[in-house]
Design a protein. Structure first.
Length: 305
């Protein structure tokens, strides 16, 4: 039974949900607080409640990674049995009444758990309108795909070239070959997730000759890991630009869900998902060059003969 409560939605099912069913339901969730009296969780917050002392003593085996101890007016330091159990491990401590402190602590945990940011240069297109490989065009003194990799290097922990089967790889740099063919950029992004599903991907297309390090750093600095993606608004299209976008790990399952419904347009995913959309200070960085005429115009603007 599905109930639309205008602002909230309720979905009741009779079927038993296992781990694989639950994962998609929590894809937009940053963290889950679990009642440790009844269920196990990866990390633990211990409240020194004197009414629960005996209960805590019985559940020491569940305290495998205590991250925070909350003291109370009645109990200002850990019980002796708890200290013995923790050994040399000394979790952070603060009063249970310090609400702001607890919120800041939780925010710090979410920040620390943020996925690493990898760069992906989309250089596997067929360049049919251009008539030659757009990734090899020289706008800045070297092939465009290598120029973009250099721009990404200062912002991303790792940078990869996305290439379809048969394309020659650059002399240096890591490559991810399309493992899902026939889907263009959509397949390239999914192929990257298949290699590193727990990374966030800053995806850039090689037909953006005016895209620079400053624009990429702005995107990374204003990244919102709580959203599906962080993208620039492209005034030329009126929509978020899917090929200058940071896709978070949670986007992987969503992209697959759209594909299962017959959609392979990354822009459609952005438009129909919770994303962070930024206004670029310089919209020229999103200029898309696909034809020889457009290429000549940009080369003139760059002063390249």
């Amino acid at each position: 039974m599905y109930t639309d409560k205008v602002k909230y939605h309720q979905y009741d099912v009779q079927e038993e949900l296992n781990t694989f069913h639950r994962r998609p339901l929590f894809e937009q969730v940053d963290g889950v607080l679990v009642n440790g009296n009844h269920f196990r969780a990866k990390r633990q917050i211990v409240v020194l409640d004197p009414k629960k002392e005996e209960s805590l003593k019985r559940k020491l085996d569940q305290l495998t990674d205590v991250a925070l101890i909350l003291t109370t007016d009645e109990v200002s330091k850990p019980y002796e049995f708890l200290s013995e159990h923790l050994g040399e491990h000394r979790p952070f401590m603060m009063p249970l009444g310090d609400i702001n402190g607890i919120i800041q602590w939780l925010r710090a945990q979410l920040t620390a758990a943020r996925a690493p940011l990898y760069g992906l240069v989309l250089a596997g297109g067929k360049s049919q309108r251009m008539g030659e490989d757009k990734g090899l065009i020289d706008y800045h003194g070297l092939p465009q795909r290598e120029y973009l990799a250099q721009q990404l290097a200062g912002t991303c922990g790792k940078v990869f070239y996305s290439l379809r089967s048969g394309l020659e790889a650059p002399v240096s740099g890591e490559v991810i070959r399309d493992s899902i063919s026939g889907l263009g950029p959509y397949g390239a992004i999914l192929s990257a997730y298949r290699e590193h599903p727990n990374a966030a991907w800053l995806v850039v297309a090689c037909d953006l000759p005016l895209l620079d390090r400053e624009g990429l750093q702005t995107l990374a600095q204003k990244r919102n890991p709580s959203k599906l993606a962080t993208a620039f608004h492209n005034p030329a299209t009126g929509w978020p630009d899917p090929l200058v976008t940071i896709w978070e790990p949670r986007a992987y399952t969503v992209l697959l869900q759209f594909l299962a419904q017959g959609y392979s347009c990354p822009r459609k995913v952005l438009i129909n998902s919770a994303v962070e959309v930024l206004q670029p200070e310089n919209a020229q960085i999103l200029l898309n060059v696909n034809s020889p005429e457009e290429r000549k115009q940009v080369l003139r603007e760059l002063g390249v003969k």
